[in-house]
Design a protein around this ligand. Structure first.
Ligand SMILES: [Cu+2]
Length: 147
C-alpha cells in the first residue's frame, strides 16, 4: 500500500499524507500554481481594460466639447492626436467629453482647450474659434437644429 499514488480513490487526504507526504504536497503545489496563473491572468486582463481608457498615461484631462456626430468625434480625435504633446484622445459622443492623454512637459490643459477651440468646438469654458466653427460642415455646427 505505501507505494499507492496520491489521489487514488481508496486513500483519504489524511491517509495520503501518511503514505506519501511528498506526492500530496506536489498536488497541492500544482493547485497553487494554477490558482496563481488564474490570478495573474485576471490582473493582466484588468490592466488591459484600463489601458483602453487611457489609464496607463500619467497625465489625462477630461474636457467637455460641443461635438455633435461621429464626424465631430473623428475630427476632434484625429486633430488632437496630431497636436503637439498629445498622446491620445478619445471622445464619448453621449457625454461629449473628450479624454486626452498628454505629455505634461510639452503641453497643458489650457493649450489642449485652445486646440479644441481651433478645431471649431467649445472646450469647457473656452468658446469655439468662430472662423474654425463656421468652416465645419453644417451638420457639425453647434447651433444646428435637430434633423
Ligand atoms: Cu459632426
Amino acid at each position: 500500500m505505501p507505494s499507492l499514488p496520491c489521489g487514488t480513490l481508496s486513500l483519504s487526504k489524511g491517509a495520503c499524507r501518511r503514505v506519501s507526504k511528498g506526492a500530496y504536497q506536489t498536488i497541492k503545489n500544482r493547485k497553487m500554481k494554477k490558482l496563481i496563473t488564474i490570478l495573474l491572468a485576471t490582473i493582466l486582463f484588468s490592466f488591459s481594460a484600463e489601458a483602453q481608457s487611457l489609464g496607463q498615461y500619467d497625465d489625462v484631462v477630461k474636457i467637455k466639447t460641443s461635438a455633435i456626430c461621429k464626424m465631430c468625434k473623428k475630427r476632434i480625435e484625429r486633430d488632437l492626436s496630431l497636436t503637439k504633446g498629445i498622446e491620445k484622445a478619445e471622445l464619448n459622443l453621449d457625454s461629449k467629453v473628450v479624454t486626452v492623454a498628454y505629455n505634461a512637459k510639452r503641453t497643458d490643459p489650457t493649450k489642449i482647450k485652445e486646440a479644441i477651440s481651433n478645431i471649431g468646438y467649445d472646450a469647457d469654458e473656452v468658446v469655439a474659434d468662430p472662423k474654425a466653427h463656421d468652416r465645419l460642415p453644417d451638420c457639425c455646427q453647434k447651433d444646428v437644429k435637430p434633423h
